[in-house]
Design a protein around this ligand. Sequence first.
Ligand code: ADP
Ligand code: MG
Length: 285
Amino acid sequence: MASNMSTTEGDTKAPSQTSLNSQYVIQARNLVVEYDRTREKTKLVALYDFSLEVLRGEFVTIVGPSGCGKSTFLNVVMGLNKPTAGEVLVDGKLVSGPGKDRAMVFQDYGLMPWRTVIKNVEFGFEMRGELTKEAKDKVHHYIHLVGLGGFEHAYPRELSGGMCQRVGLARALVVEPRILLMDEPFAAVDLITRELMQDELAQIIVQTKQTVVFVTHSVDEAIILGDQVILLTGRPGRVKTKVRVNLPKPRSERGLRSSPEYLTMRDHIWNELSSEVSMTPQKGD
Ligand code: ADP
Ligand code: MG
C-alpha cells in the first residue's frame, strides 16, 4: 500500500548547490532513472538527462508516449523513487523522500477498499497521529468540495470510477500540499465526468493556488488545464518541447474548439507527439 498513499512523512535535505528563494518550486536537474530488468539481466533507462523547472503556482501538464517515464518522474518528485543520477529540488531543497509539501493523485485511485470514503480521506492525518477536530473539519470540507457530500460512509465498491477519482483527489487536497502531483487522474472516467472534473479541478486550483504537475495522455486535456504543456520524447524520456498556453481561463474543450489559436497549438503538439510515438520501440513497455 505504501506507494498508494497520498502523503507520508519524510523530508527534504540540503541540496548540493541551490538557489533558495528561487521562483521555481520544482527543479529537476539532469535526472537519470534506470530500472533493473532482472530477467533480462539488463537495465532499462526510463529517464535520461531530464531537466524541468516548474514555477510557483504554475499548472504544468506533461504529455508523452506511453512508457516514456512520466509516472517515473512524478514518483521521483514525490520522493518514492530515487534517481540513478541527477536531482530534484523542491523549494530549493533536495528531495530525499516523501513530505507533507507534496501529495499525489494516482491513476488507479489508490483507495483502500476496506475503508469508507471518510476513512480514506482521513488516512493521511490518521497515519501521522494528527486526526484532530480541525483535521476532521478539513476532511468534511474537501469531501464536499469534490462533490461527495452524502457519500462519506460509502465504500469504494459502491462508487463509480468518477466518484473514486474524487475520493483520491479529496485525499490529496485535504493535507493542503503546496504541490499536487497527478498521474493521468481522469484516464479511467467517462468523457462527461472527465470534462466536469477538469472544470472542477481548475476551479479548485484557482482557490488553493497550488502548484500542479499533471500527467495526461490527452493533448486536449493538457492544453485546457495547463499554463505550460511539456512534451516528452519517447523512452528514455526527456523534455522535447515546452508550449506556453496563454488562452484565457476558464477554458473548456467545447469553448476552445472554434479558437484558431487552440487548434494550431493542438496540431503542433499532436505532430510533435506522433513523431515520438512512431520512434518509440515497444520492447520493454
Ligand atoms: P509512463 O508513465 O510514461 O507510461 P513509466 O514511468 O511508468 O512510463 O515507465 C517508464 C518505463 O520504465 C517503462 O518501460 C516501464 O516498463 C519501466 N518501469 C517502470 N517502473 C518500473 C519498475 N519498477 N521496474 C522495472 N521497470 C519499470
Ligand atoms: Mg504512467
